[in-house]
Design a protein around this ligand. Structure first.
Ligand code: FPP
Length: 252
């Protein structure tokens, strides 16, 4: 049998979303403060953005700070905010060089002013790029996102902007989510061996494939990303159909 050609290969996922987990355990295993784990985590973020781009992934979403993460000890929250500010300051030039657009999802208006300042500069500097997008989920919570979308949707029905007498469709409702102009994730990866979704893209990941890896985030490398993508490529995505329908679409 001839070797498979690139044309035979299933496509690379267009949108990969990652729950970066395990920074604290990575540090603890080494007798280091938790913040050291987050510091190493930032280096992994940097390498993963480059690796995703090299693999042809068009959108990479990283769960950097959840709405629930404010409940961590104040010094850890402060440290994470400093790291975020530092990352944005340091990496904007690289994003521009590599033509990667930065986007955010989440209530970024609640982030500290220095972070918002760096964020605004990075968003502006990269807003015209279209080929690759890095989405940082910051102060993000999927349930809040859905609740806010429902409120905005209801407001538009009340004002007559949306018809009150036709049943809502997912496509219409999705326009009210933070991710309105982003494709749904094809692949969601969670590191560190935890197998939870943790309030991340609950609606958008309805048909995503999930890969859970035991690798702690600071140790996650480009080979781990490539392995997750290869795992994704071996899956059969049926979107509610049968396997037979996919192989012989005419016989649906
Ligand atoms: C989970 O590890 C990780 C986080 C809560 C934050 C992720 C943040 C970074 C990787 C650094 C900052 C991000 C950017 C984009 C600059 P954990 O602390 O829950 O680990 P544990 O479960 O082992 O304690």
């Amino acid at each position: 049998m001839p070797a498979p050609t690139p044309a035979d290969q299933p496509p690379v996922p267009a949108h990969v979303a990652i729950i970066m987990d395990g920074n604290g355990r990575w540090a603890k295993q080494r007798g280091l403060p938790r913040l050291e784990g987050h510091r190493r985590g930032v280096e992994t973020v940097r390498a993963t953005v480059a690796a995703a781009r090299d693999l042809g992934i068009r959108v990479l979403t990283l769960y950097a700070f959840s709405a629930e993460n404010w409940n961590r000890p104040a010094d850890e929250v402060g440290g994470l905010m400093n790291l975020l500010e530092f990352f944005l300051k340091r990496e904007t030039a690289t994003l521009v060089r590599d033509r990667v657009r930065l986007r955010t999802i989440g209530r970024t208006d609640k982030l500290p002013e220095p972070v918002r300042h760096q964020l605004a500069a990075a968003l502006q500097a990269t807003e015209h790029f279209t080929e690759h997008t890095l989405v940082l989920a910051l102060n993000y919570g999927s349930r809040t996102e859905v609740a806010e979308a429902a409120q905005a949707y209801a407001t538009d029905v009340a004002s007559g902007k949306l018809p009150a007498d036709t049943p809502p469709t997912w496509e219409t409702f999705a326009r009210y989510l933070y991710t309105a102009d982003l494709p749904d994730p094809d692949l969601v990866i969670r590191t560190s061996g935890e197998t939870r979704v943790s309030n991340f893209l609950l609606m958008q990941a309805a048909y995503a494939e999930f890969v859970f890896t035991p690798v702690l985030w600071p140790d996650f490398g480009k080979d781990d990303l490539a392995a997750a993508v290869a795992d994704f490529q071996r899956r059969e995505r049926r979107f509610g159909r049968t396997s037979e329908q996919l192989t012989a679409p005419g016989k649906a």
